[in-house]
Design a protein around this ligand. Sequence first.
Ligand code: SF4
Length: 341
Amino acid sequence: MRPENLNLDWARGQLEDCRLCPRQCRVNRLQNETGWCKAAANVTCFMEYVGYGEEPELTPSHTLFLTHCSMDCIWCQTADEQATSPHVRLTPQSLQRIVARGISEGARNLNLLGGEPVVNLPGLLLLFAELDELPPIVWNSNSYCCADALEVLDGLVSVYAMDLKTSSSECAAKLTKTPDYPEVAKARLVELYHRCPERILLRHLVLPGHFACCTRPSLEWIAAALPGVRVSLQDYVVMPRARPDASLGHFLSAEEFARAKGLAGELGIPLVERLPGQATAPAMAVQQQLDLGKPINGEKTIDIELILSPEGKLFLRHPNRPAAALAADIVNPQPGTGGVL
Ligand code: SF4
């Protein structure tokens, strides 16, 4: 798709006076001022690869992890990488190369995530204006942004992979440092629903110990306010920062996840599956396991993690093609490939 009708005046205006999210920092990012999220005017990324861990309809998906975020979630799965990886500035030329490589590796889309892509939206629009061609765009967002940030994406985005993290302001304040998250996210989701319900893929992370305060009210709201929208329930992986937390220091039990799925079913919410055992990568030769990490900009390899929860659930972080194939083999071992670890 050729990027057209990009609102570059809006993009430059936001860089001069940033109101992209409800924090309304109103900093001039073109003058090197930074607000709450610390994002600069340029777009920088800290990781990218063609991944096999998204929902089947998106996979393989060229995930481009952009730096900085408008929230601060205790369970963030990329905070460590973002803190320790080089932040590489994207130019039209480097983005064109990255996009071309993703397409050559079979990616069905360019998946913009982070961090949070909205804090990079003005810079992204300015970059896109320099490109001849873009693959279908997946906007992978926390839903915490201002209304016009989503409006300028009209016609550019194929799939809005949006979060509804919680319906509880108390939990949002404590766990994400964003007390107004529920009202803001719901307002954006309703606006998006009125424009393009078929393009929304709504994600809800099921947190251990947060069924009554977060999951139940979120699912009930989705069923009432966004009927027919597809929902992807996500299993919870304990990240180092969450370990001291009384409930989030533990993996989600199978019962808790089943309870969330059961409620979604009772409410008539269409669910989209996203499980490591459903990795869609074709089987690969065992020796390719030695090349699981793919160089990024010649400087770093991806750290792919296989995490086994105490209950025996297998999680795969950053599943590129060979890693996803390996996980699929572990979950559904083929003759001669069992016990490869
Ligand atoms: S995007 Fe960043 S600088 Fe802009 S309003 Fe939000 S937190 Fe502030």
